[in-house]
Design a protein around this ligand. Sequence first.
Ligand code: NAP
Length: 259
Amino acid sequence: MGRLNGKVAVITGSGRGIGQGIAVKFAQEGAAVVVCDLDAGPAQETVDMIKNAGGKVALCTGDVTKREDAEKIIKTALDEFGGIDTLVNNAGITMDAILHKMSEKQWDIVVDVSLKGSFLMSRAAAPHIKERGGGTIINFASVAGLMGNPGQTNYSSAKAGNVGLTLSMARELAGDNIRVNVIAPGFINTRMTQEKKEGDTLGIPKELRDAAIAAIPLKRPGEPEDLANMVLFLCSDEGNYLTGQVINMDGGLYMKRFM
Ligand code: NAP
C-alpha cells in the first residue's frame, strides 16, 4: 500500500527540480499526479518518468500567474482523475538584482509566480478539495523570506508572502479539514542553485555558491528528494495534525534564536 493510494495531487513547476522530485515520489506512493509546468518539454520528461514506473499521471502546461491557466490546471485533475486532494504550489523563479538596479519587471514577475500563483491555484483548488472531505495544500517559502538575502528583495518578499498566505489559509480552511503548510528550503541542488557559467541566466557564481554551502551547519546542499520526503509526510495521514506550520528544510541554515 502506498501512503497516497487513491489520492489526486496537482504539483506546479513539476517539470524539473524539487517539483519533479515531489511528482515522482507522490506517484511512487500511489497518487494520481497532474504535472504542470510552463513548458511541455521538461513536463513531458516528468510524465515519462512516472509512466515508465507504472504510475498514474496527466500533463497540463500553463502559467500559474494567469487565472484561466490556474483554473485549467485544476480542471485537468477533475477531468482526468475525478477530483483533487492535494495541491503543491512549488513553481517559483529568481531574477536577482540589488535594490537600486531592480526593475519593476523583475519585481512583478518574481512576485507574481511565487505569490500570486500560489493564491490563484489555491483559490481554484480549495472548493474541490473541500468536496472530497478535506486534503492538503503546500506552499513554498525560502530561508530568503525568513532572514533576507542581498539581491533578492523581490524573491524574499514573495517568499515571506507565502508564509502569510499559508497562515491565513490554514485558519480559514481548517473548518473544511484542509491542512495548509509551507516549506522554507535553504540551499537545494537544482537549476536555481547550480554553478553559474558564462552566459547562464540562472545559477550562482562559484565563490558565492561555495560561501553559501560553507554557511550551512550540515555543510552540504539538500536534494530534491529531501524536500519530496517532507512534502509526502505532510500530505499523508502521518501529517494529519499539522497545519499552519513553516517547515525549515535547510540543513540548519535558519535556526531561531530563543536566548
Ligand atoms: P527550478 O528547478 O527552477 O524549477 C522551477 C519550476 O517552476 C520550473 O519547472 C519552471 O518551469 C516552473 N515555473 C516557473 N515559472 C512558472 C509559471 N509561471 N507557471 C508554472 N510553472 C512555472 O526551481 P527549484 O529549485 O526546483 O525550486 C522549487 C521551489 O522551491 C520554488 O518555489 C523555489 O523558489 C523554492 N526554493 C528553492 C530553493 C533551492 O535552493 N533550489 C531554495 C528555496 C526555495 P520552466 O522550467 O518551464 O521555467
